[in-house]
Design a binder for this molecule. Structure first.
Ligand SMILES: [Zn+2]
Length: 298
């Protein structure tokens, strides 16, 4: 049912089964001088992957802009009038196509602007389109899947994703997030397809791992997702000034490994991970590398 496949932009013959989706246009979007959601975030990841040698083992691809008809699977028409972010959503859709086609086992989308605060009808925070929610709906509607999951380990609550997927029993959303914290206010849904775990500031990795093990994994196992999306925010890192949580690179490794266990069991290993937050450039680069290294089995 997939009707768009990424252009063949492989760098020679490839046995790489982890995709790395990005596009130069993702650097063009500017939030203003000194803003933490800056183009240099993607440079930091890319340069670090190159320096560590991991980039050569990834299947690097560039995404087309997302078609408006696909954006509208998750957003109302008025919001779509704001055209920023089409490449970021396009990367998530192209990654979904490639993983569903079996070209890739999994993929990481190094994109911006991030997406998980973008609600159905409003941009919010640093987010314009909800890349992961669009791709989740796309996997259901365009690829005919019955069940998918969204896992969100950004320090902030993915309120936009919740706004879009709450009550859709085909999608299980599992997250933890610092609370009380941004985004402040707004009704939180008690929809049964949400496993939202608010945690206090200064929560550390061992506590987060217990939450994942005790609260996420049983629900993910029961849901049996055919594809798992990750809202991969790295701002829960202890060095990130935009959050006050205490995760380190090894915690992202552990979480990613547990998600991969579920994906292997139920989803043929299929994972599409999209960058959300992460604003300390060094911690972001190292954490993204650690996450991608697990995805790539390197
Ligand atoms: Zn965040």
């Amino acid at each position: 049912m997939a009707r768009r496949y990424p252009k063949n932009q492989h760098l020679g013959p490839t046995v790489n089964k982890t995709g790395y989706f990005t596009h130069p246009d993702c650097r063009l979007h500017e939030m203003g001088a000194g803003h933490p959601e800056c183009p240099e975030r993607l440079d930091a990841i890319d340069e670090h992957l190159q320096a560590t040698g991991l980039r050569d083992s990834l299947d690097r691809r560039e995404a087309d802009p997302a078609p408006l008809a696909d954006i509208e699977l998750a957003h109302g028409r008025m919001h779509v009038a704001a055209l920023r972010g089409l490449r970021a959503a396009g990367a998530a859709l192209a990654a979904t196509d490639a993983v569903m086609a079996g070209e890739l086992d999994n993929a990481f989308c190094a994109v911006r602007p991030p997406g998980h605060h973008a609600c159905r009808d409003t941009a919010m925070g640093f987010c314009f389109f909800n890349n992961v929610a669009i791709a989740a709906k796309y996997a259901l509607e365009r690829h005919g899947l019955q069940r998918v999951a969204i896992v969100d380990f950004d320090v902030h609550h993915g309120n936009g994703t919740e706004d879009i997927v709450a009550g859709d029993e085909r999608i299980l959303m599992a997250s933890f997030y610092q609370h009380p914290f941004y985004p402040v206010g707004g009704a939180r849904s008690n929809a049964p397809n949400l496993v939202n775990v608010p945690v206090p500031a200064r929560t550390r990795g061992m506590d987060v791992r217990e939450i994942v093990e005790m609260m996420w994994i049983p629900r993910l196992e029961a849901h049996r997702p055919e594809l798992i999306f990750i809202s991969a925010g790295f701002d829960a890192h202890r060095s990130d000034d935009l959050g006050q949580m205490g995760l380190v690179e090894q915690d992202f490794v552990w979480i990613t490994s547990r998600i991969m266990d579920v994906a292997r069991q139920h989803a043929n290993g299929r994972i599409v991970s999209c960058l959300e937050g992460g604003y300390n450039l060094g911690a972001l680069a190292r954490s993204a590398e650690a996450h991608i290294r697990v995805l790539a089995g390197r």
